[in-house]
Design a protein around this ligand. Sequence first.
Ligand SMILES: Cc1cc2nc3c(=O)[nH]c(=O)nc-3n(C[C@H](O)[C@H](O)[C@H](O)COP(=O)(O)OP(=O)(O)OC[C@H]3O[C@@H](n4cnc5c(N)ncnc54)[C@H](O)[C@@H]3O)c2cc1C
Length: 174
Amino acid sequence: MTRVNIAIMTYEGSNFNTYKGDVINVIPPQKAGKRAFAAGLTKGNGCPVNKNSFEFKIHKNIHVLGAASNATKMPKSEYSANIPAKARASAIVQQFNDLDPLTPSYQNTCDGIIGKDYGISASMTYKYNKVKNMILPVEGAGGTTAVNASAENQKRESHYAYGWYNNITQDIFA
Ligand SMILES: Cc1cc2nc3c(=O)[nH]c(=O)nc-3n(C[C@H](O)[C@H](O)[C@H](O)COP(=O)(O)OP(=O)(O)OC[C@H]3O[C@@H](n4cnc5c(N)ncnc54)[C@H](O)[C@@H]3O)c2cc1C
């Protein structure tokens, strides 16, 4: 998407065609900030980091987390920005104590509320793979809400989504 005209609800695609929508959900590029690019601190869309420590490859003892880092195959979500941040805090403490970083599991869940008592989600667990030197999905440790989920499961998913939102906002701002 290259341009949006809210007044007439149109957007221009990267092919320069114009499309019209009743609802247009604009997702900005999830990458490192302009200053990181301007300062030559990026490779591809983000800052290059060691995959098991998130330590910045260009400057030692600096850890780059969240959308700015290009460490993982995890989706660029708040969920997957938040958990590695905590894991890195733990790794920094390990480093201060001359210990190796632990190898945590990371979790990502994208929740959606699509109606009253109707939630859906897509979930996956990730772990650092030493051989491939990447954070990769753990086979069988994730999934999505079934299309024909029962009313009880839809309600439970909605409960989980609000639960996550309440927890993360408490965690960050409380
Ligand atoms: C429309 C939309 C919907 C989303 N929905 C979800 C969702 O439902 N669930 C979910 O888990 N994730 C969701 N995400 C993704 C989530 O918002 C991001 O993955 C997450 O915010 C990344 O966190 P971050 O801290 O790495 O970066 P950011 O949240 O982008 O934080 C970077 C901060 O740095 C500041 N900054 C930039 N440059 C400078 C500078 N030079 N000096 C000082 N400050 C600076 C910015 O203002 C910003 O506050 C959504 C994203 C979008 C765009």
